[in-house]
Ligand binder design. Structure first.
Ligand code: CTP
Length: 399
């Protein structure tokens, strides 16, 4: 667990999204972090400190000069101890103060005093977010090495619609790992494909499969958290693109082929988690096909290229990892794909097993290596599988 024994200062400022910081705290604590919450005066108008205190198991810090708090921890010692300072939500006000080196409360003082990485997660009204004064403040902090997540778009609490919402707590937690864990993929480029492809037969119908993209997205996040530049080529899924990855959206297998081949030469490793449709309708009708009089119908299909096999032919010393989605004869089928597509490793996935498969948050997989070694893993979350897979990429790149 990346956060085990790590000290995180969670700064909560006064925005309506402050309630979501409770969930961020819960995720950090669950992952083993020791969390010290610092709240601004305004934040306490939105959520009671007792909530954070109960969940963190630590007193919540609110005052710059408090006899009790100063004796226990002290603002400088909070800043010194931190492995990460995470401000969620970060108001325009705290960003503005930090950008100008102001330190008029405990949180801004901690920000100025710490040498730990600082991650701001801004949330505010869209007009404030777009205001050049805010943007200049953020840019100034970024220039000095402070980090920012990007707010997401949607309905804002102020009644406006637009960019300014706090990202999902799970995404914040996930992104925060980037600053804590090992950076053993720094300088590397990892290309990941995810999701299904969709092959249209007419303007209203298509062939596709059940892939949710969750596994591929988890791999993209895990590689990013380890310092890699990540290119994520994704078919149509219901997930938001992870922050700070180069995101390429495709629909069909042919588009995925083009997107992958045109970017493969710069990649140190390629992970093909996408469930590519093996066939597409031979013709894509421009008008909706009517059922007509026939009681039965058939569609003629045409083979799609095998993207992974194409990559295997151009492999060189690039690390190549595939997935094998199987319902039977798992190891035999996966082993065949490993050899035929010239892979370093294949993730064999029995999609018919409980706890495995397409839309699940967990997976049950086995890693098959080129040298015949098989690693049978227990049921685990897709992000745990992704972390292990990234460990293997690191090993393979070191060879
Ligand atoms: N793959 C690919 N292009 C295709 C089909 C598959 O790149 N046209 C990749 C997948 O991304 C995956 C691996 O090949 O990494 C295996 O995919 P899978 O669907 O399990 O197997 P197929 O090779 O398509 O074989 P089959 O459908 O016969 O099981």
């Amino acid at each position: 667990m990346v956060f085990r024994d790590k000290q995180v200062v969670l700064g909560v400022t006064g925005g309506i999204a402050a309630y979501k910081a409770v969930e961020v705290l819960r995720l950090l604590v669950k992952a083993g972090a020791e969390v010290h919450v610092v709240m601004t005066r305004n934040a306490m108008e939105f959520v009671a400190p007792l909530t954070f205190q109960t969940l963190s198991g630590n007193p919540v810090h609110t005052e710059l000069f408090s006899l009790v708090q100063e004796r226990d921890i002290g603002h400088i010692s909070l800043a010194d101890r931190a492995d990460l300072v995470l401000i969620a939500p970060a108001t325009a006000n705290v960003v503005g103060k930090a950008a100008n080196g102001l330190a008029d409360d405990l949180l801004t003082t901690t920000l100025l005093a710490t040498k730990a990485p600082v991650l701001f997660v801004p949330a505010m009204n869209v007009n404030m977010w777009e205001n050049p004064l805010y943007q200049e403040n953020q840019a100034r902090l970024e220039k000095h090495g402070y980090h920012f997540m990007t707010p997401v778009s949607g309905d804002l609490a102020c009644g406006w619609e637009g960019q300014g919402k706090l990202p999902d707590p799970a995404d914040i937690f996930d992104y925060a790992q980037d600053f804590i864990g090992s950076r053993d993929l720094a300088g590397r480029t990892i290309l990941v494909t995810a999701g299904p492809t969709r092959e249209e037969m007419d303007p209203v119908r298509f062939l596709s499969n059940h892939s949710s993209g969750k596994m591929g997205y988890a791999i993209a996040r895990a590689a990013r958290n380890r310092g890699a530049r990540v290119i994520l080529v994704s078919g149509p899924v219901q997930l938001s693109p992870p922050q700070k990855v180069d995101f390429v959206k495709v629909t069909t297998a042919l588009e995925m082929l083009e997107a992958v081949l045109s970017r493969s030469s710069g990649a140190d490793a390629i992970v093909k988690a996408a469930a590519v449709a093996d066939y597409r309708p031979a013709r894509r009708e421009h008008l909706k096909v009517k059922k007509g009089d026939a009681s039965e119908g058939s569609i003629s299909l045409q083979r799609n290229p095998d993207i992974l096999a194409e990559l295997g032919k151009l492999k060189g010393d690039r690390v190549l990892i595939g997935f094998a989605a199987e319902t039977n004869d798992l190891l035999v089928n996966a082993g065949k794909k490993l050899a035929e597509k010239n892979l370093d490793m294949i993730v064999a996935n029995d999609v018919s097993m409980p706890g495995a498969g397409f839309d699940s948050d967990t997976n049950v997989v086995q890693f098959l290596h080129r040298n015949g070694q098989v690693e049978k893993l227990p049921e685990m979350s897709k992000s745990e599988v992704a972390d292990l897979l990234v460990d293997r990429i690191v090993d393979l790149l070191a060879k």
